[in-house]
Design a protein around this ligand. Structure first.
Ligand code: ZN
Length: 176
């Protein structure tokens, strides 16, 4: 052996600081720019991706942690979407599926904004009504609008209810 192994130390010195693992909420992979959606109910990550229209076909870089042990939720999913910040509409729909979700906007590896989703009383123009006889399904210039219920949402025009489990919501999400 030729003296102490300095690899670890010199690497740390080069960076000028250590990242002592204090933020274990974000420990999976650090992303440079994008959005981290934390505290999604365990098992719903793919539903969230479906709602956001992310299926990988556009080359998005997405990391998903599923059923990660969580203090606040029993188990949670964590999504990291690179180079994308969510729009108001996307946050509205996300709030229907994952009311406890935390949104972290990341810029240059730093959390530039952190907020909870807010459950609106109504959502407009982000979901389509599955009822073929609904006025919103015709040629009328009517924006599909739903009242947000305790569980799921209800079309204000025909009363059709979309379920709370996420499946229905993601099938009928119609964002941007
Ligand atoms: Zn309707």
């Amino acid at each position: 052996m030729n003296g102490p192994d300095r690899d670890d130390r010199s690497e740390r010195d080069d960076r000028g600081e250590t990242d002592g693992g204090h933020d274990h909420e974000l420990r999976v992979t650090k992303i440079r720019d994008g959005t981290v959606i934390d505290h999604v109910p365990g098992g719903l990550a793919l539903t969230v991706l479906g709602v956001l229209g992310i299926d990988g076909s556009a080359g998005e870089v997405v990391s998903v942690g599923m059923n990660v042990p969580s203090d606040r939720l029993d188990r949670k999913d964590v999504l990291k979407i690179e180079n994308r910040e969510l729009t108001r509409d996307e946050l509205d729909v996300l709030s229907l599926i994952a009311p406890a979700a935390t949104i972290n906007i990341v810029r240059e590896y730093n959390v530039a904004g952190k907020h909870r989703v807010e459950r609106p009383e109504q959502v407009s123009g982000v979901l389509s009504c599955p009822n073929p006889d609904c006025i919103t399904a015709g040629n009328e210039p009517v924006v599909p609008t739903f009242d947000v219920l305790e569980e799921g949402v209800r079309c204000v025009y025909c009363g059709t209810i979309l379920g709370a489990e996420g499946a229905d919501l993601s099938e009928h999400a119609d964002i941007g």
